[in-house]
Design a protein around this ligand. Sequence first.
Ligand code: HEC
Length: 318
Amino acid sequence: MFLSSCSDMGEPEILLPEIDVIPTSLDFSTVSIGSPQTRQITIVNMGEGELNGTLTLVQDSTVYTMQPQGDFVLQSDDTLLVETTFTPQSESIYTGHIQINSDDPENSDIFVNLTGVGTAIPVPALTISSSSLNFGTILSTSSSQQQITLSSTGNDTLKISSISFNLGVYHVDATTPLELLPGSSQILTITFQPDGAGTFNGDMTLISNSPSTPDVVNLAGVAEPAVSYAASVQPIWNSNCSGCHGSNGGLSLSSYANLIAGTSSNGPVVSAGDGANSLIIKRVKGQVGSRMPQGGAALSTATIATIETWINQGALNN
Ligand code: HEC
């Protein structure tokens, strides 16, 4: 402290320091883990005498740092900037305080409270219900659809910028960009529309802001030409079966209508859509009863496959 003489009184006058601290608390609000935030407090000596003080940081954890620390001296009207940095380590509330002790006779202990909340780093994430879709075997003149669910499983908005296919036979009912808030999901319908017979192994690629990008869904589909009953199946009966399965009672294989009618005793011999379980296929393979044609050479594998495919395709009168 400085002493000076007071001319009027003839006694020494004490020049006193006066501390002012702005602000008197620091609220860092929510801060992402890994992204430190820094705030300042200002200490001013508003008095006329020298201010001597000490800065101490008090906290339960180590998330706050302060610069400078320890002793400080401020002359009249001088200012000291104190920087405090908050570096949260987990999703919790952190408190502490800066303790400022000084020789201001009026205000020798000041507490600047510190508050901050750590929050998880916002990261988007895409979860797809399946990594592959199999459309099976369909007629080359038809199309087939499958659904898939996209889920936004991160804690930041998922932004899908594009959904693309490497084969033109596949397409999706969604337009991009597509935004999904955390926790939400969207169902996509993917269509397989073959442009001819063949095997179509392709993929769907999703580009997004998820760390997993690009996300790829494998697509598989087979398209086969329709087997014509008139051109490919009836001739098999005509060449191999009609001698016994004509109009002499029992199963008649002389026409589509007679084939579908089956027999009055045993019912239908064709189960549309299910070649393997159709009686007529079981008979020509010799899986039940005597193998057909009875007493003759077995039908070739390819011939049986033609009949079975025609049944799998719906046993149409085509
Ligand atoms: C040489 C005569 C003969 C020939 C050729 C023949 N079948 Fe048969 N088939 C029969 C007789 C007899 C039966 C009845 C006895 C039985 O079920 O084994 C029969 C029964 C069947 C049945 C069972 C019908 C029912 O209601 O249970 C089917 C299906 C059948 N034949 C399919 C064929 C097919 C397909 C061909 C030609 C690839 C064929 N058969 C050729 C004599 C023949």
